[in-house]
Design a binder for this molecule. Structure first.
Ligand SMILES: Cc1ncc(C[n+]2csc(CCOP(=O)(O)OP(=O)(O)O)c2C)c(N)n1
Ligand SMILES: [Mg+2]
Length: 290
């Protein structure tokens, strides 16, 4: 039986099944807790399931707490050899509504791999901004108009948040690099305690893409330096995906309806420059350029 089956209800081009399949292939049989969001809807509709592993969906904010409970229950039952515990949670669940339970789970040191599926907004409810929505992005709660050119403020640095909890393993990944996801998931579970992997995952409806554009656009996020792929072990940066001839952020932005206004809005130019600065800053910080 497959760990995550293909008979799910994701939109063609959705990144979530690619992320989940590759994490599970890296980790092997495990227990999964999933927060409310697109993944839960596409994989566990009443009477159907795409999961070949024990799976629980509870509510939007508490997947980290549920995973902690699974870990403690398995310990009490002396069944700790039955497989790792993995959380799959959206960016909204992770960076906003579930950030308290997440911090608690990290702080208590539960042996859990937490995977944030970062499609950069509350996509299941129709594209509202989250803490991981990037600057200048159109969402239904950050529309572009007379006053603003999409989201004001920057994407929250959840890698720094995870590192601040002194986690033994923290990484970012992208569905454009599936083998890298698998390797990172496999590596993560070699560490005891809480682990965090954040996977950039395109949403065709929210980002305004057709299915065929999804993976090339996700790849551009890495190739521009806007979404650096990094890996920390015991707080130290141990690996970075280098970028040959880094592309300008415009190339990434122009392909997506969620950023289209930036090329017409009077303040759009400033925002594009700001995003370019973020990408250049990432290149400097992580030594991305070859
Ligand atoms: C307490 C609570 N507030 C709001 C909702 C409605 N809701 C369900 S899913 C969701 C958005 C999920 O966003 P995210 O975590 O980013 O996952 P995505 O769907 O984007 O993968 C919201 C707001 C809810 N189920 N529970
Ligand atoms: Mg989301």
């Amino acid at each position: 039986m497959k760990l995550f089956g293909s008979g799910h209800g994701a939109c063609p081009g959705c990144g979530l099944p690619i992320a989940v399949k590759n994490v599970l292939e890296g980790v092997g049989p495990c227990f999964v807790a999933n927060s409310t969001g697109c993944l839960e809807i596409i994989s566990s509709q009443y009477g159907k399931s795409a999961w070949g592993v024990p799976y629980i969906h509870s509510v939007f904010e508490n997947a980290a707490a549920v995973a902690a409970g699974i870990e403690v229950a398995l310990k009490a039952l002396r069944r700790t050899d039955e497989g790792p515990i993995v959380v799959f949670a959206g960016d909204g669940a992770t960076a906003d509504i579930g950030i308290g339970p997440l911090s608690g789970m990290f702080d208590r040191g539960h042996n859990v791999l937490y995977v944030c599926l970062d499609n950069e907004a509350y996509q299941n409810t129709g594209n509202q901004q989250s803490g991981l929505t990037p600057s200048g992005c159109y969402t239904t709660t950050t529309p572009a108009g007379k006053i603003m050119a999409g989201k004001q403020g920057q994407k929250k640095d959840m890698v720094a948040f995870a590192l601040a909890h002194k986690l033994p393993y923290v990484a970012t990944a992208s569905v454009a690099f599936p083998r890298d996801i698998k390797r990172k998931a496999k590596r993560a579970i070699e560490f005891k305690g809480p682990k965090y992997i954040q996977i950039h995952s395109p949403c065709v409806t929210g980002w305004g893409l057709n299915g065929k554009q999804a993976i090339p656009v996700a790849r551009l996020a890495v190739e521009t330096g806007l979404y650096p792929l990094v890996e920390y072990e015991n707080g130290e940066l141990v690996r970075v995906k280098k970028v040959k001839e880094r592309k300008p952020v415009e190339e990434y932005l122009k392909q997506q309806k969620r950023f289209r206004h930036l090329f017409k809005h009077p303040k759009g130019h400033e925002v594009v420059e700001e995003l370019q600065k973020i990408a250049d800053g990432n290149a400097l910080k992580f030594g991305l350029d070859i």
